[in-house]
Design a protein around this ligand. Structure first.
Ligand code: AMP
Length: 223
């Protein structure tokens, strides 16, 4: 039984989605003069939107809600707040996905209050409509059944966390069984992960959480 539904996203999909999202923004007749990425998930789409929309001014705010893959923190927080004068500017606030929408709502509220732009609109690649508290002005894909989008910029981090969750329940396992369990839990076969599979295992080993002995992976610390 799959424990977390995961959609493995490729770099090609990211470029294609961002290109099409930019087309939607252009087609609306509205043009931002500043793009603000919500760190960290909004960085790559924001940079691509700047390219496709010919915007040179790119800034960022860090609004954090999900502490690790598919695990939510209680509350969104805005880290490293700073003040700017954005009066007279049209701002496009960009993130990868609206899930609960908490982090974008916080970022929007902060920017409107402290930076005072002439206008602010929101663009994301995905919008999880049944759970989201806000609907972005621009989005490419409406997601009706919740899934964890495993974006390519957070692959090592996510795969490491996915593996470490297995080791909370399993103390000792052969690599073959680990691969089978991983596919059962997340619906992804490790061969789809290329070098990330080995890198994630090595990261767990270097953190002292795992060691390899007699062809098996053994958990060495309570996690
Ligand atoms: P939220 O505040 O719940 O809308 O989500 C904040 C951030 O967490 C998003 O911008 C993503 O970077 C990450 N995130 C939340 N839900 C998902 C998901 N289902 N798939 C991938 N990333 C997600």
């Amino acid at each position: 039984m799959v424990k977390v539904k995961v959609k493995l996203v490729s770099w090609e999909e990211i470029v294609d989605w961002s290109m099409r999202l930019a087309e939607n923004i252009r087609a609306s007749g509205w043009r931002p003069d500043v793009v603000v990425a919500v760190a960290r998930g909004g960085y790559v789409p924001a940079r691509l939107l700047c390219d496709f929309l010919e915007v040179t001014d790119l800034l960022s705010v860090q609004s954090q809600h999900w502490v690790e893959a598919a695990k939510m923190a209680d509350k969104a927080i805005l880290r490293y707040p700073y003040k700017l004068d954005m009066s007279g500017h049209k701002v496009l606030l960009v993130d990868d996905i609206v899930d609960t929408g908490e982090s974008l709502m916080l970022a929007r509220e902060y920017i409107m209050r402290e930076w005072r732009p002439q206008e602010l609109r929101i663009a994301t690649l995905q919008w999880i409509s049944p759970v989201a508290k806000i609907k972005p002005d621009y989005f490419l894909i409406e997601v009706k059944d919740w899934v964890w989008f495993q974006y390519p910029w957070t692959r090592l981090e996510d795969v490491t966390q996915f593996l470490s969750r297995i080791f909370k329940e399993v103390r000792e396992v052969t690599e073959e069984d680990l691969k089978r369990l991983f596919e059962e839990w997340y619906g992804i076969h490790p061969h789809e992960l290329g070098a990330y599979w080995e890198m994630a295992l090595r990261r767990l080993e270097s953190k002292g959480l795992l060691r390899k002995a007699d062809g098996k992976y053994v958990r060495i610390k309570e996690q």
